[in-house]
Design a protein around this ligand. Structure first.
Ligand SMILES: C[S@@+](CC[C@H](N)C(=O)[O-])C[C@H]1O[C@@H](n2cnc3c(N)ncnc32)[C@H](O)[C@@H]1O
Length: 219
């Protein structure tokens, strides 16, 4: 199984011998790759829609992994098996990822590692998953189809972070790589534009944007 650039980075964050659930598996390419390459104890490919799951099942059959990958129709982690220790969610909105895990605190107790690649709201993702009792031990940015996406790995255990860490990434802001600087410049341009077009009444949103711009311009 050959993965696209984004899923390749996600897969590279997965540790060996884990029991993994790939939430929102869609085509199940990632689940298949992990089963073939990461010596997992278990892989569950899960989605909340019948259409993607039918395609997932077909791909798993083609890869001859029907007896190795469990496929489930489920909303988030609601029906997650009790032996799963790693959650992967890629290619969804950040707030959806938070919603999937935040209200399942009992199920989250068994989780050691979470790997996320949100499409947006990455600051909210960092903050909310840290509030759930995790810290960030690995972060990267990947360009896929002209969009820069974050990939973040959380491990169980708390750490202290600043608002700069949540906004920019505690590891990314130290490394200051090429994609990080490019993403930051794009965000500055976008937020400056937004400030200009926001109607007068939006004082709170404007205050938030100005605060964000101050951090982003200090890099
Ligand atoms: C854009 S695809 C991403 C596929 C793959 N994970 C990737 O990164 O390429 C998002 C998938 O998440 C599924 N999804 C959205 N919300 C979900 C939820 N609450 N529980 C399970 N799956 C969900 C959608 O049905 C869709 O198949």
């Amino acid at each position: 199984m050959k993965l696209n650039e984004r899923l390749s980075v996600v897969a590279s964050f997965v540790e060996e011998k884990r029991s993994i659930i790939d939430v929102g598996c869609d085509h199940a390419f990632l689940s298949i790759y992990l089963q073939e390459n990461k010596h997992p104890k278990k892989v569950v490919a899960s989605d909340n829609k019948e259409g993607p799951l039918a395609i997932a099942k077909e791909n798993i059959k083609k890869a001859k992994l029907e007896d190795k990958i469990k496929v489930t129709l489920a909303d988030g982690i609601k029906d997650m098996d009790s032996d799963i220790d790693t959650i992967i969610i890629s290619g969804m909105g950040g707030r959806n990822m938070v919603g999937i895990c935040k209200y399942e605190s009992q199920k989250m107790k068994q989780i050691q590692t979470i790997i996320l690649s949100p499409n947006n709201d990455v600051d909210v993702v960092r903050k909310e998953f840290c509030k759930m009792g995790f810290h960030i031990d690995k972060e990267s940015l990947v360009e896929y189809k002209n969009v820069i996406y974050p990939v973040i790995r959380f491990q169980k255990g708390r750490k202290h972070y600043t608002k700069e860490d949540y906004l920019l990434g505690p590891i990314l802001r130290k490394e200051k790589g090429k994609l990080f600087l490019e993403l930051n410049n794009n965000e500055v341009k976008q937020k400056e534009l937004l400030l200009k077009v926001l109607p007068k009444g939006y004082w709170r949103r404007k205050w938030e944007i100005k605060r964000e711009l101050k951090i982003r311009k200090s890099i």
